[in-house]
Design a protein around this ligand. Structure first.
Ligand code: PLP
Length: 376
């Protein structure tokens, strides 16, 4: 039997040391005394939470955020130590799963506060929790009057061990946006109701708004995985991913011939094409059609025609004869074509490219800890 890498159409290499280096780089930017958690929701943005979180733990990170209870249960199985906090908070009849798996909920609604305080009373002890309130995103979180009511609710507070009062910014990637200072004022006013409880406001981009935004804890996700937290400025983060697609076939077509479904690219002159084994079923959006590119040996290769389910076609006319041949890998994401480049060409954000990364890739992890699952 051939080996899995030999069979794969595309190879995804994930550099765990680069993720740890990114976490350290962010932590080093913080006001003294401020600490950095790590957001590893959605399977660490598609990169693999069971490998990423233990590597970050070894690197010094002690607090992790996921989105759902199931993500928390899965992560706990991969990482016996470290705090795991679940953004979505407890759903009815799931609250007992939190202590059973060593998980801490974010409380986003008065109903979640009541559910969690009720469990604490049944268990006869205070239970750890994070309180989330809304300051202008209008997504999850207590309204400001609900937060004020909680601050007065002695019974609820007696049941809770509050680890954090948090809120989330809507426009942190636009430093000049008016909503940023408004949300910060609302955040400061809300957290002042809970004296002695640490606060948290900034995610990746918020860290770069400046020290006044750091509160006590920051919650970066995307920047850990190499997404530029300051769109438009040079990216300070190390690149984490390399995605290499295998050339299956090289062909030449004459002027006037078309390429791909819908015949959306027509050759103006004779051209050489490389057909590569990855497509939208692998998470490379169809919106890259006629807009994306790949790299081989420092040469940029335009994507021509539509992205199809399993295949993409690149113009390799500019390469020396023989450089593109079946079996050769070209970079679909790598040093010359970053995650943000791919996202920009697709009309989306790096977050979406990451979390769509396909299941057919042969994955290899570099660096990190010696233990861990397959692929090391
Ligand atoms: C996803 C998320 C984060 C991390 O955001 P990034 O922009 O990826 O750094 C932080 N806080 C909350 C509430 C989130 O939902």
């Amino acid at each position: 039997m051939s080996d899995a890498a030999a069979r794969a159409g595309a190879l995804l290499t994930i550099d765990l040391d680069a993720i740890v280096a990114n976490w350290r780089l962010l932590a080093a930017r913080l006001r003294p005394g401020v600490r950095a958690a790590a957001v590893v929701k959605a399977d660490a943005y598609g990169v693999g939470a069971a490998r990423v979180a233990p590597a970050l733990y070894e690197g010094g990170c002690r607090r992790f955020f996921v989105a759902t209870l199931d993500e928390g249960i899965g992560l706990r199985a991969a990482m016996p130590e470290g705090e795991i906090i679940v953004f979505g908070g407890p759903l009815a009849d799931t609250e007992e799963d939190y202590p059973a798996h060593g998980l801490i909920p974010v409380l986003n609604t008065p109903g979640q506060v009541a559910l969690w305080a009720g469990l604490a009373r049944r268990m006869g002890r205070r239970l750890p929790a994070v309180v989330h309130f809304d300051t202008g995103l209008s997504r999850l979180g207590l309204a400001r009057d609900e937060l004020a009511a909680l601050a007065e609710d002695r019974d609820a507070l007696a049941a809770l061990d509050l680890l954090l009062v948090m809120s989330h910014l809507a426009c942190a990637d636009e430093p000049a946006h008016d909503l940023n200072p408004l949300q910060r004022r609302r955040f400061e006013a809300g957290r002042a109701l809970f004296s002695g409880v640490p606060g948290s406001l900034a995610a990746s981009s918020g860290i770069f708004l400046g020290a006044e935004w750091h509160a006590d804890w920051v919650r970066p996700g995307a920047a850990l995985y190499g997404v530029n937290p300051q769109p438009g400025a040079p990216n300070p983060m190390a690149q984490v991913l390399q995605l290499q697609g295998r050339i299956l076939q090289v062909r030449e077509i004459d002027a006037g011939e078309s390429v791909g479904y819908g015949a959306t690219h027509r050759a103006r002159a004779r051209m050489r094409l490389a057909v590569v084994a990855a497509g939208y079923a692998d998470g490379l959006p169809r919106s890259l059609s006629n807009r994306g590119c790949a790299m081989l040996g420092g040469t940029r290769l335009p994507l021509v025609g539509r992205v199809s389910m399993d295949l993409m076609v690149f113009d390799v006319t500019g390469l020396p004869e023989g450089a593109a041949r079946p079996g050769v890998f070209i970079d679909l994401i790598g040093p010359g074509v970053t995650l943000d480049d791919v996202a920009g060409a697709a009309g989306t954000i790096g977050y979406e490219i990451l979390t769509a990364l396909g299941r057919r890739y042969h994955r290899t992890y570099r660096g990190g800890t010696s233990h861990g699952g397959p692929g090391g």
